[in-house]
Write a new protein. Structure first.
Length: 201
């Protein structure tokens, strides 16, 4: 649909979702567990997430932009699926980054948040929809292996030891201030992961 085809009257029923990774303009700044707010000049988005957020809010001022991150869901692909596969294989210890923090979040959690927000037509703007509490990629892998009974050794490493094509923030954890004010709390990331593992693997 072209931008000019979006009717302003649809604003209250529109729900946008952005799952973009965030990083500072110099490649090193981080979210610092921020509350919901628009991006400012200190931040940029890897990929088209920011453009999508800005377009949604420009075209439909009453829309909800739902920010999510560290997502996994049925069928994959995701970090969780990749590590479960590697953990079931024999081989050298797996190096996993231990200096990047975020909120691992299941697609079920996101779907539940969306259903809740659809009952709140007066809510608009930016909402964070990730699971509660935070961890590193290493912490997530340790918990996943525990749940699956996998014995392959895991070794923590730094971002510098495991470079990626695109820079990743050291802290992409998101506070759920808006949801909490509305009386809604997403599940702890460990609880969501345990529920997911029961049906996925």
């Amino acid at each position: 649909m072209e931008r000019n085809q979006l009717a302003p009257s649809a604003a209250r029923s529109a729900l946008g979702a952005s799952a973009s990774a965030t990083t500072g303009a110099d490649g090193t700044a981080v979210w610092k567990t921020v509350n919901e707010r628009a991006y400012d000049t200190d931040f940029c988005v890897v990929g088209g997430g920011l453009a999508g957020e800005c377009a949604a809010r420009e075209i439909l001022p009453g829309t909800v932009v739902l920010r999510i991150a560290w997502l996994y869901g049925a069928g994959g692909p995701s970090f969780v699926h990749t590590m479960a596969k590697l953990g079931a294989q024999e081989g050298a210890p797996l190096k996993v980054v231990n200096d990047q923090r975020g909120n691992p979040t299941s697609t079920k959690t996101v779907a539940d948040v969306i259903r809740f927000l659809m009952t709140k037509p007066d809510v608009s703007g930016i909402v964070h929809g990730t699971c509660e509490d935070q961890c590193t990629w290493y912490d997530l892998t340790v918990e996943l292996f525990r749940l699956l009974g996998l014995k392959r050794e895991i070794v923590p490493c730094t971002t510098e030891e495991f470079p990626r094509p695109a820079p990743r923030p050291h802290n992409s954890a998101l506070k759920k201030s808006v949801l909490n004010l509305l009386g809604y709390r997403t599940p702890n990331w460990k609880a969501a992961l345990a529920e997911f593992v029961k049906t996925e693997f």
